[in-house]
Design a protein around this ligand. Structure first.
Ligand SMILES: Cc1cc2nc3c(=O)[nH]c(=O)nc-3n(C[C@H](O)[C@H](O)[C@H](O)COP(=O)(O)O)c2cc1C
Length: 247
């Protein structure tokens, strides 16, 4: 049995060890979305469209898929996938957003980055999804970025074989402002919901997904200009059109 940091984390985030949160101390709420960088083009995404496949069939068909065809996906499909994973359905005052996924206290402390390898109309590179605006913002179109993400992803080839790799990062204070240290648990729970929606939405349009939790944290954070403390990568998922009969 292990008695290391994992158990310590579960113990120390129990209610009995928590002091008042910053919200309870009446400190101002952090923003609902990360501040914009001045640089980087904005890309308006098309309407996510209407998909109405059978949910049971989709859940039944879902598996992790690591091999994809070379076919690019459309911007419309990407828009649909982003909406299904982080789409904002309602902005409740200046306090919270209600999205297509649940989130503890509607904190939605996750930002979505995309490594685009093959999407019609988008130059390959790293992008950030602006959920409030339902738009993409260029992050870097540096030529070698896909290989760098591949390295940071411990050389899992489906990262560069994908049409798109989703990278989800926490903005921790958006969550801990309300829940203190316990909020760290919720970040990981929240991102699981996001990834599951990606699996199911992808299945509904003939695409496959594979979740990735094995990556070099420091390197991945560095590539996304995240400090690894206030902001850090939680999870990735590769996605592309399925090759029939291959996983
Ligand atoms: C939290 C989590 C982390 C995972 N990390 C990886 C990973 O780093 N690389 C990978 O190829 N698959 C990864 N997977 C995919 C699992 O291997 C896969 O879900 C599992 O083998 C069950 O197969 P299924 O998804 O087809 O049902 C991960 C899945 C989860 C839920």
């Amino acid at each position: 049995m292990t008695t290391g940091i994992g158990q310590e984390f579960i113990k120390r985030t129990k209610y009995r060890y928590l002091g008042p949160s910053d919200q309870e101390r009446r400190l101002p709420q952090p923003p609902m979305e990360k501040a914009f960088e001045e640089e980087g083009e904005w890309i308006r995404l098309p309407d996510p469209g209407e998909e109405a496949p059978d949910l049971k069939e989709i859940i039944d068909g879902r598996t992790s898929v690591r091999n994809y065809t070379d076919a690019p996906i459309s911007l419309q499909d990407l828009s649909y996938l982003l909406w299904c994973t982080q789409g904002v359905k309602e902005v409740a005052g200046a306090q919270a957003t209600l999205r297509t996924v649940p989130s503890a206290g509607a904190r939605h402390a996750i930002e979505t980055y995309l490594l685009v390898n093959r999407v019609y109309g988008l130059p390959p590179g790293l992008y950030q999804y602006r959920s409030l605006e339902h738009q993409l913002q260029e992050f870097t179109l540096y030529d070698g970025i896909a290989d760098m993400i591949l390295e940071a992803g411990l050389k899992q080839r489906h990262i560069t074989g994908s049409a798109v790799t989703f990278i989800w990062a926490a903005t921790a204070y958006r969550m801990t402002w309300r829940y203190g240290e316990r909020g760290y648990r919720y970040l990981f729970l929240d991102v699981g919901h996001v990834c599951q929606n990606l699996y199911l939405a992808a299945e509904s349009i003939g695409c496959g997904v594979c979740a990735i939790a094995a990556f070099d944290d420091d390197r991945m954070n560095e590539l996304l200009h995240l400090d690894g403390k206030e902001e850090f990568v939680l999870y990735l998922a590769t996605l592309g059109a399925k090759v029939q009969g291959l996983k």
